[in-house]
Design a binder for this molecule. Structure first.
Ligand code: IVH
Length: 677
């Protein structure tokens, strides 16, 4: 459609806008839901641009379902909470055929029948959402949250191009909630990570995290730039229409404009379902997104209703989880990485393999003992798998395939970076470089200092730190506070905007809590937990520095080795000089006096379970402590509150059994802001 936009009248525009919208929606559907584009990206962009221009000229023509509404909206301060009308349940897991046979037996027994028809479909690894349509119009999008309530992410959901803003087709229910998974395709995930690396931002660990991180943005304009997709797998609340089978429901969802569970197909019984699991296990990488299993669902809705659900999962469905993927490859090299505390870690570098959809070429071998145990050698054939779907590990060496003339690998007695001596101390499994000025250690210490749980200088990526050290612009973390814009502009791929962002971040870090600073110092054996104890007890760096070893050891939870290591840290002149530079730069080195009278959580002993959406676990614990409460890792009779995040663990059940108050993350938010819960 060719339009001379500058010349159109209101009446003409009204007509054009309608046609453009219909056309854009149709091409969206063909592209995203059907995978059959009929026009080029350029033609599509042109239509969208024309629409936006016309709507700008005649704002009264804008409607909530216009494709122009997908570009994002001004940022929100926080997400509102949505109570799910029908809970968003999780799924029980099956790991082998026996589990599936038992699932089938339970169902047949419960239904008193010999035959049950199932539907099998791929299980996508992303983030569950519920999207509500009233009279065909998208009115709300929510995350799963804890299953009972989630976050209102309507604006973000609207930016996902394969979600219809208005339902297609003739059958438009009064109300329908579509349940599905928001995912990111593997290629889009890789592209996004490359871009983040270029900008010095930390990459996402996997497509699932990327999808979740992109959807849960207060600024929907950011979500709009990420390539997300939604795949529908079910229905929540529905009014004015009904379905007799799950498969029929999926077919209707397709007609309404959704992309639905890939490979969904009815099957006659559990044996056919098992065959499919076996097949897809070997074809899981044929898909452009990460699939982590097969979901098996009873097809007939009446039977689903009869079977019902437990508080966590339906009795009519189960997830067969694919086993961790393993692959054979060849060791090219064994290299040594030097960590923050000088530990030399052997790492196997091997011919690239694809595991669970991502390309891997390195796996840690941990330490000398592990190298000996595996007897891994350069040129060996090895089996690698991904543990917990993120970190690759060497499962075994195929000794029967070992070529001739290989040599056992020994850890070097010199640091590969500074060439100073390396040694293994008695009782330790690690071999260390003992030169504290070794550039590898220096880099790692600065990376640790800037990390999220420490001083949280997030714009300062590892690559930037490496360059700063290599170019001798900085030689310890206190130098960060003396960096100038010109210093940063000397680095590769550094622009004004990023340089300013880094400097701003560095300034902001000056007021971090004392416990963050103590943790950031990188004292051997002092993790986040110990740093917290030390901050609470000593309240300033000066007091900690002056403390005697037995005073430190006297704190419950701190052992003699840690106490000795803290003393050693403060005995080093080099460290004292670094602390002096930090102080001169204006870093807050004491805990602000907290008035104890009115602390709202003074009496509370709080335990967190599950994943929090708005806080890191450590952050939430810090907040509780700042408000006078205590936090614990396990639930006991003395626990007063359990905060239950997404996918709560066994602590939730224990708290329930003990009758302890359980609150949601939103209630926790109210609690810490002084509201009623
Ligand atoms: S059905 C009441 N089908 O897996 C049944 N879930 O581990 C609810 N998922 O929370 C889920 N693909 O986010 C279903 N084809 C599929 C799925 C699927 C991915 C996710 C979903 C759910 C999680 C449970």
């Amino acid at each position: 459609m060719k339009i001379d936009i500058s010349a159109v009248s209101y009446e003409e525009a009204k007509d054009f806008v309608k046609k453009l919208r219909r056309s854009i929606q149709q091409h969206n559907y063909l592209y995203y839901a059907r995978n059959k584009p009929e026009i080029s990206d350029h033609e599509y962009d042109q239509m969208l641009q024309d629409l936006i221009t016309l709507e700008k000229k005649f704002p009264s023509l804008v409607t909530p379902d216009s494709p122009s509404q997908r570009v994002g909206a001004p940022p929100l301060k926080e997400f509102k909470t949505v109570q799910h009308k029908i809970p968003m349940l999780s799924l029980g897991n099956a790991f082998n055929n026996e589990d599936l046979i038992n699932f089938d037996k339970r169902i047949k027994k419960e239904l008193k029948t010999d035959t049950v028809q199932y539907v099998t479909e791929l299980k996508m690894d992303g983030l569950a959402v519920s999207i509500r349509y009233e009279n065909g119009m998208l009115v709300q999008g929510a995350t799963r949250g804890n299953g009972i309530s989630g976050e209102d992410v309507t604006l973000n959901i609207k930016t996902i191009k394969n979600i219809p803003l208005k339902l297609f087709g003739n059958i438009i229910p009064a109300v329908i909630e579509i349940r599905g998974e928001v995912i990111m395709y593997k290629k889009d995930f890789e592209e996004l990570n490359k871009e983040r690396e270029r900008n010095g931002e930390p990459p996402f660990a996997n497509p699932r995290n990327a999808a979740a991180g992109s959807l849960r943005q207060l600024d929907s304009c950011i979500t709009a730039q990420r390539k997300l997709q939604m795949i529908a797998y079910g229905i929540g609340e529905v009014k004015s229409i009904s379905f007799s089978t799950h498969f029929e429901a999926l077919e209707s969802l397709k007609k309404m404009g959704f992309k639905t569970s890939p490979e969904a197909a009815p099957c006659s019984g559990i044996n056919e379902a098992i065959e499919r699991c076996e097949y897809y296990k070997n074809h899981r990488n044929d898909y452009p997104f990460e699939a982590d299993g097969i979901v098996i669902k009873v097809n007939e809705i009446a039977l689903q209703k009869k079977l019902g659900a437990t508080s966590h999962e339906p009795r009519w469905a189960i997830a067969y989880k694919f086993p961790p993927e393993e692959a054979e490859t060849t060791v090219q090299n064994i290299v040594i990485q030097v960590g923050r505390t000088g530990i030399l870690t052997p790492v196997a570098v091997f011919d690239q393999i694809e595991l669970e959809g991502s390309v891997v070429s390195r796996a840690t071998l941990h330490n000398e003992d592990q190298v000996k145990r595996l007897d891994i050698r350069i040129n060996d054939k090895i089996i690698v798998r991904k543990a917990g779907s993120v970190i690759p590990e060497v499962v075994k060496v195929l000794k029967e395939k070992r070529p001739q003339n290989t040599q056992p690998f020994n850890l070097p007695d010199k640091c590969p970076v500074c060439h100073g001596p390396a040694a293994r101390f008695e009782g330790e499994s690690a071999t260390r470089c003992i030169n504290v000025s070794c550039p590898a250690q220096v880099k790692e210490r600065i990376i640790h200092f800037a990390s999220r749980n420490a001083m949280d200088i997030d714009a300062l990526g590892d690559k930037i730190i490496n360059q700063l050290v290599d170019k001798k612009i900085i030689s310890d973390y206190s130098d960060l506070y003396y960096l100038k814009k010109e210093d940063l502009l000397e680095l590769e791929r550094m622009g004004e905007i990023l340089a300013e962002k880094i400097l701003r971040n560095i300034q902001q870090s000056k007021n971090k809590n004392l416990s963050n600073l103590i943790y950031a110092l990188g004292i051997f054996q002092v993790g986040k937990y110990t740093a917290n104890l030390l901050a609470k007890r000593f309240k300033s760096i000066d007091a900690l520095k002056a403390a005697k070893e037995d005073e430190i050891h006297a704190i419950g939870g701190i052992g003699p080795i840690t106490a000795e290591s803290i003393k050693k840290f403060f005995a080093s002149e080099q460290n004292i000089e670094i602390l002096r530079k930090l102080k001169t730069a204006g870093i807050k080195m004491e805990e602000e006096e907290i008035k104890t009278q009115n602390l709202p959580l003074k009496e509370e002993k709080i335990v967190f379970t599950g994943t929090l959406k708005n806080f890191l676990r450590g952050e939430a614990q810090d907040i509780v402590k700042n408000l006078g409460g205590e936090t614990f890792e396990t639930v006991t009779k003395t626990t007063t509150i359990v905060v239950s995040g997404e996918n709560p663990g066994s602590k939730y059940e224990k708290a329930k059994a003990l009758g302890i108050k359980i609150i949601s993350e939103d209630e926790f938010k109210k609690l810490i802001t002084g509201g009623k819960i």
